[in-house]
Ligand binder design. Structure first.
Ligand SMILES: [Zn+2]
Length: 161
């Protein structure tokens, strides 16, 4: 994807979120039920300090519990060492880090281009690297006797840095 195309996707949370949903990298609202009352959830736009954030909200009156669309997604959220959900970055900012990781840039270059801290960039590079590693570790589950699994080489690119 061209950088100029990518930047139109992450220019706001709405389009970044929709992009991930279209790629099936975020939950589809139809499959999510409220944690508290098991009612259906629907999308809800919350305005916060001038920014719009897409949430899921329970449809049932009197409940209306909201939850992050990233909840239970082990890539877009992860628990930090204090056991808290990492939600410091917007989806657009997360996508930007993943995009640069895919370009095989050095961490120091990514830090310069994104303005993120070394700590944040390092965390995200590790997270990205885990994806091909996990695919590789699960290879037996995917395959089996007489079943050949072909893994695209580019999936493994950058797995050692
Ligand atoms: Zn509910």
């Amino acid at each position: 994807m061209l950088a100029k195309e990518f930047y139109t996707i992450i220019q706001n949370e709405e389009s970044a979120t929709n992009f991930l949903i279209s790629k099936k990298l975020l939950v589809n609202v139809e499959n999510v039920l409220c944690d508290k009352c098991s009612s259906e959830m629907k999308y809800y736009i919350k305005k916060e300090r001038g920014k719009e954030r897409k949430l899921l909200r329970c449809k049932r009156k009197g409940c209306q519990t909201t939850q992050s669309i990233r909840k239970n997604n082990s890539f877009w959220t992860y628990l930090d060492k204090n056991g808290r959900n990492n939600s410091g970055l917007s989806i657009g900012a997360q996508l930007e880090l993943v995009y640069y990781w895919c370009q095989d840039l050095k961490q120091s270059t990514i830090i310069t281009l994104t303005g993120r801290s070394a700590h944040t960039v390092c965390d995200w590079m590790n997270l990205c690297r885990d994806v091909p590693v996990r695919i590789f570790e699960n290879r037996n589950k995917l395959g089996g006797p007489g079943i050949v699994i072909q893994v695209d080489e580019c999936l493994l690119r950058g797995s050692r840095k």
